[in-house]
Design a protein around this ligand. Structure first.
Ligand SMILES: NC(=O)c1ncn([C@@H]2O[C@H](COP(=O)(O)O)[C@@H](O)[C@H]2O)c1NC=O
Length: 522
């Protein structure tokens, strides 16, 4: 069966965003379509000299209650809901003197923008559109007869379809799906705001009794974590920022694992204020380094940590990538590089290796909450803040050993800031603003310490500093670091065995600072 077009003879247009409205209305009029419109929309059309029927002529009712009632009338809703393929509906419309609509064009009051502008609750309430969503839902339900358009970006396409003889059923179905997504996202925004601003039901916890979110598919990926898994990328309905919205300047399509690793790298690089480079594989660092000098120096530091693992890694820089850094990166097989910008000529240097993916991205959003699905549910937590209590070295407690000199303290602060990017249990050995050995993802802290020492090697561990993302439950982990020559350690403290751990440090001549704060990353 062919999907024949359904002609458009009568359209109802009521839009808050008037962009493209006059062109749409005049195009519809030129195609012989009667245009019926609400107050402000009708005025804008009439002011442009295009004939328009005021909706009051359909309802026989004035717009009332400050615009709260404009279209909420059977003259409108029967016209949108009548199944024109059903003779009884058509007969009833005739008896009631109501004409059917073939096309509805609506966009809703800008509720989200009004809330974001800091408007008062009363002003926000007034921007909750009632008549618009009611019409959109009605027309979308009745897509067998009516085409509904909620996106001004589609006006040119709409006019083209009208000129072609109308919309096909497939068109009307797809418009209906878009329309219901639109009203669903709108309702999520309204429900979330009322549940937080007007009627908080979080019982003081900061976590609302209900959480809604909408996500838009941005791309379908070749496959998921493994080739037999299918996968796609979605961005949050509120626009979002960070890696998911990155622009790819060069290279093959991003894979699922590329996104996971690039996100870990992007966040890690932005954990530091100084120019920083993070090189990541399997969501863990091969190396992270900062430099007060330039980004190329930070990259040299990060790469030197573990050149073996950096092969095939994902690199993030929190500053513009210079040509010097690009030259260094071009020497090593790299899957992805992400940065806020690239100096003139840097992309050309990077793309000498044709397989590298080059991304430009907005910084990740800080703060807020994180969602993690678990079987049958979802965990929500506040994001691990960069300025948690205990992150500022001026608040650390010197628990044992000689106070660290300025350079050692700077390395301890770097190691402490870095260990949050390493999966727990994490031990980070660092020197000169660069990691030299990371022990990650171990199921006990002593193995994390052994791994960090093994990666650093005897020469680099000697005289370096270390950070532990959580307390040492026993002296053994700290003893591994001390035996390797690590001179100072920063850790949260708080273990029942703190006294024994600190005694082991004292015996080995290791300085220990306590932060009182933990930075697990699971
Ligand atoms: N109250 C109603 O009956 C009603 N009907 C349509 N609207 C909205 O009014 C706006 C258009 O109004 P105007 O044409 O007056 O600028 C559209 O965003 C539409 O979604 C209404 N406004 C709010 O609910």
């Amino acid at each position: 069966m062919t999907d024949s077009r359904r002609p458009v003879r009568r359209a109802l247009v009521g839009v808050s965003d008037k962009a493209g409205l006059v062109e749409l209305a005049s195009g519809l009029h030129a195609a012989g379509v009667e245009v019926v419109s609400t107050g402000g929309t009708a005025k804008a059309i009439a002011d442009a000299g295009v004939p328009v029927t005021p909706v009051e002529q359909v309802t026989g009712f004035p717009e009332s209650l400050d615009g709260r009632v404009k279209t909420l009338h059977p003259g409108v809703h029967a016209g949108l809901l009548a199944d024109t393929g059903n003779p009884q509906h058509v007969a009833q419309l005739g008896e009631l003197g109501i004409e059917a609509f073939d096309l509805l064009v609506v966009n809703l009051y800008p509720f989200v923008r009004t809330v974001a502008s800091g408007a008062t609750p009363d002003e926000c309430v007034e921007q909750i559109d009632i008549g618009g969503p009611a019409m959109v839902r009605a027309a979308a339900k009745n897509h067998a007869s009516v085409a509904v358009v909620v996106d001004p970006a589609r006006y040119d396409w709409v006019l083209a379809q009208v000129a072609e003889g109308g919309f096909t059923l497939a068109d009307r179905r797809s418009l209906a799906a878009a329309a219901y997504r639109h009203t669903a996202a709108y309702d999520v925004a309204v429900a979330s705001w009322i549940g937080s601003a007007l009627a908080p039901d979080d019982e003081g916890s900061g976590f609302p009794g209900w959480v809604g979110a909408t996500w838009d598919r941005r791309s379908v990926l070749r496959y998921g974590e493994n080739p037999h898994q299918r996968a796609a990328l979605y961005t949050s309905g509120d626009g979002g920022t960070g890696l998911a919205t990155a622009t790819q300047l060069h290279g093959k399509e991003m894979s699922y694992n590329n996104y996971v690793d690039a996100d870990a790298a992007w966040r890690a690089a932005h954990d530091h204020a100084d120019p920083c480079v993070a090189i990541i594989k399997h969501a863990n660092p091969c190396g992270i380094a900062v430099s007060e000098v330039d980004i190329a120096a930070a990259h040299r530091g990060a790469h030197a940590c573990d050149p073996l693992s950096a092969f095939g890694g994902v690199i993030a820089a929190n500053r513009e990538v210079s040509v010097d850094m690009a030259e260094q990166v071009a020497e090593v097989f790299t899957e992805v590089i992400v940065a806020p910008a690239y100096a003139d000529g840097a992309v050309e240097v990077l793309t000498r290796k044709k397989n590298i993916r080059v991304l430009i991205a907005e910084p990740p959003r800080r703060g807020g909450t994180e969602l993690r699905p678990i079987s049958g549910g979802l965990l929500l937590q506040q994001s691990d803040a960069l300025d948690a209590p205990g992150d500022d070295p001026s608040g650390w407690t010197l628990a044992t050993g000689a106070p660290a000199d300025e350079a050692t303290l700077a390395d301890l602060a770097f190691a402490w800031r870095t260990c949050r990017a390493v999966k727990s249990n994490a031990i980070v050995i660092a020197t000169g603003g660069a990691t030299v050995g990371c022990g990650m993802g171990q199921v006990n802290r002593v193995d994390a310490a052994k791994l960090a020492v093994a990666r650093a090697g005897a020469d680099r561990a000697k005289g370096a500093v270390a950070a532990s993302d959580a307390f040492f439950p026993f002296p053994d982990g700290l003893e591994v670091l001390a035996q390797a020559g690590v001179k100072a350690v920063v850790q949260p403290g708080g273990s029942v065995s703190d006294a024994k751990v600190l005694a082991a440090a004292e015996a080995a001549g290791v300085t220990v600072y306590l932060t009182g704060t933990r930075h697990f990353a699971h």
